[in-house]
Design a protein around this ligand. Structure first.
Ligand SMILES: C=CC1=C(C)c2cc3[nH]c(cc4nc(cc5[nH]c(cc1n2)c(C)c5CCC(=O)O)C(CCC(=O)O)=C4C)c(C)c3C=C
Ligand SMILES: [Fe+2]
Ligand SMILES: [Fe+2]
Length: 351
């Protein structure tokens, strides 16, 4: 690849990560790393260690391993395979190197930074593109802070630029809405936007005003500087913008939160509960989309497409259609390529 001054940069796609296999010890190792993250389970270290290593992981690892077995592909974890395919597709559209890193497990961000440096020894900038459209302490924030820590510790010679959360950006909304549009051609009663949940406490903790989030029912639709870090506001916004673009009336779509873990109150309504209730409310033909995930993964392929479908059909549903994540849709790849080329992100380090 011929390097001019303008293209002495590289791209790093960052996603969550998966276990290396569906064997219980591998799932245990992955869950430990994931749940010991202080931004995921944000209790004091000793309490977190006791809870995670003593209670959650021993019970959850065998169950999660079984769940992973139902969705695993011959090439590996869908999340990893789809992220690598996205990398390859993006690479075909860009004149600069594209690498992948995961927040948990492999490939590690240090290995990805090293590869970028190897591919362009005089590289000036790395653009970090988190594959999370919304800001949450347990997703976007932990990925970016982890990459930043490694970047600072290893004193890399390039700048690090980060693409901010894109939950309300036209290029993301257009790609998401157009991925949904073909599914609206068949008769349906409602489109459910199911987002990964987080504890309500995380939302209050991230409130930079200290007095806005979850203090009144309409906090997320009342303008506030807190929204920059409010996951609930951001998913409401994505939903409203996609619905507007698709001209969906208010009674044809709704929003819920999935994947709750533990006993705390998480964002509501819970997806599993709504799936059990919807048929009784006359919603018999359901479409489901999961916009918190860019790549299909355990939480879409197993929790929604398998378990969620079962709950809905048992409750009297007639049809359940799962809309795939953006994965490697050409419009999505093209939109990402354009964003990266525009270098519109914030320089977080090395200015
Ligand atoms: C306290 C626990 C968790 C929080 C908070 C959380 C937030 C969060 N997670 C994602 C995206 C993904 N999570 C995935 C799996 C997964 N999530 C948790 C726990 C929390 N997530 C666990 C324990 C697991 C592992 C599987 C299981 O045992 O249920 C995945 C899929 C990974 C895969 O390999 O396919 C994704 C993706 C977001 C976006 C988020 C906050 C908004
Ligand atoms: Fe999760
Ligand atoms: Fe809010």
């Amino acid at each position: 690849m011929m390097q001019t001054h303008e293209n002495r940069y590289g791209v790093l796609l960052m996603n969550l990560g998966s276990p290396v296999s569906t064997a219980v010890p591998d799932v245990r190792r992955y869950l430990k790393e994931f749940l010991m993250d202080k931004r995921v389970i944000d209790y004091p270290y000793l309490l977190r260690a006791l809870l995670v290593k003593g209670i959650i992981v021993p019970f959850r690892a065998p169950k999660s391993a079984e769940a992973y077995k139902t969705i695993w592909w011959k090439e590996g974890s869908p999340l990893i395979v789809l992220t690598e395919q996205l990398q390859q597709q993006l690479q075909q559209r860009l004149p600069v190197p594209v690498e992948v890193a995961m927040r948990y497990g492999d490939p590690h961000p240090a290995a990805a930074f090293d590869r970028l440096l190897e591919r362009i020894p005089d590289i000036e900038e790395v653009i970090l593109l988190p594959l999370y459209p919304h800001y949450a302490m347990s997703s976007y924030e932990t990925a970016v802070e982890y990459a930043r820590e490694i970047y600072q510790k290893k004193k890399y010679p390039f700048r690090l630029r980060v693409i901010p959360p894109y939950y309300d950006e036209d290029w993301y909304i257009a790609a998401l809405a157009e991925s949904i549009r073909p599914f609206l051609q068949e008769p349906f009663d409602q489109l459910l936007f199911s987002y990964h949940g987080v504890p309500e406490r995380h939302i209050r903790k991230g409130d930079i005003t200290g007095s806005h989030c979850l203090q009144q029912p309409d906090c997320c639709t009342t303008s506030s500087p807190a929204h920059r870090y409010c996951y609930r506001h951001q998913v409401y916004r994505t939903t409203a913008l996609v619905a507007r673009r698709l001209q969906l009336p208010a009674d044809r779509y709704s929003l819920s939160f999935q994947s709750r873990l533990g006993r705390e109150e998480w964002l509501k309504p819970y997806t599993a509960q709504r799936l059990a209730e919807l048929p009784g409310e006359g919603v018999k033909r359901l479409l489901v989309v999961c916009p918190a995930f860019v790549s299909d993964c355990l939480e879409t392929l197993e929790e929604i497409a398998e378990q969620g479908r079962h709950i809905f059909m048992e409750a009297g549903g007639k049809s359940f259609t799962m809309i795939p994540c953006l994965n490697t849709r050409p419009e999505w790849v093209a939109a990402l390529a354009e964003q990266v080329s525009a270098k519109s992100g914030e320089i977080i380090q090395g200015e």
